[in-house]
Design a protein around this ligand. Sequence first.
Ligand code: GDP
Length: 296
Amino acid sequence: MIFENLADRLQETFKKLRGHGKLTADDVNATMREIRIALLEADVNFKVVKDFIKKIKERAVGQEVLESLTPAQAVIKIVNEELTALMGQTQSHINISPKAPTIIMMVGLQGAGKTTSAGKLGLMFKKQGKHPLMVAADIYRPAAIKQLQVLGNQIDIPVFAKEDCKDAVRIANEAIDYAKSHANDIVIIDTAGRLHIDENLMQELKSIKEDVKPHEILLVVDAMTGQDAVNVAESFNNDLGLDGVILTKMDGDARGGAALSVKAVTGCPIKFVGAGEKLEALEPFYPDRMASRILG
Ligand code: GDP
């Protein structure tokens, strides 16, 4: 399970504090060292760990903890609050346009789960009573177009595709016209992925963005890739500007570093997590619940 090691390590640390009466500054320092190591082992970004420890230390050497008769509780409370803040404090929603259709652009590297997440998002909107249209804008891989069409069939959501067109901007524009004339209030554009970030790909995504002006650009990254996911998010955000991140494969045994680092490093909130291959397996990301899960 994700965060299993981190949760175990932190619980060990807090257990040692529990037997204590009042804490000394040395006790607090030792605890901070252990939390620091646990976070680094969970693959949390180095700078993020440094800032995080600084913050909790400032609070933990204060009156709140040192004078508390239940110092372990006081420390856990601080760590819980700061973990929640680190992940964005509250749930972040998708920007819905007051004027339909809302245009959502999905971006990400190949294999991250972009197409699957497009289907998951479509299904979620459909269950909310909306009428999504999915758009196959990957002009390089016929298999990707087919994959989206198969998904669309499974969940009964229309898919706009033009197999012979090699112009992603044109496909996106025609799809939006189609959505307007077919009362589709959400347009989910599945763009091309690559194995690595490359200039051509970024240029194509920028052209789509400039032309189509999406209300929401969502980056899909794989939690299993840890800090690579965070680096990918940073690059995409610098080049394209992101509104949010979908972190996939949270059902695997990722150490969790990406979930804890993305917001702090990029400023972009994680909006959803993927927790399985099934199309129902998309969950909103709640920073407070995630923090509680880590703290057990
Ligand atoms: P794309 O290349 O980014 O469009 O990636 P795909 O959507 O084709 O997904 C790549 C693989 O990851 C597929 O086998 C998906 O079933 C799988 N996948 C996607 N999201 C998740 C997830 O949240 N959990 C798990 N376990 N697998 C996922």
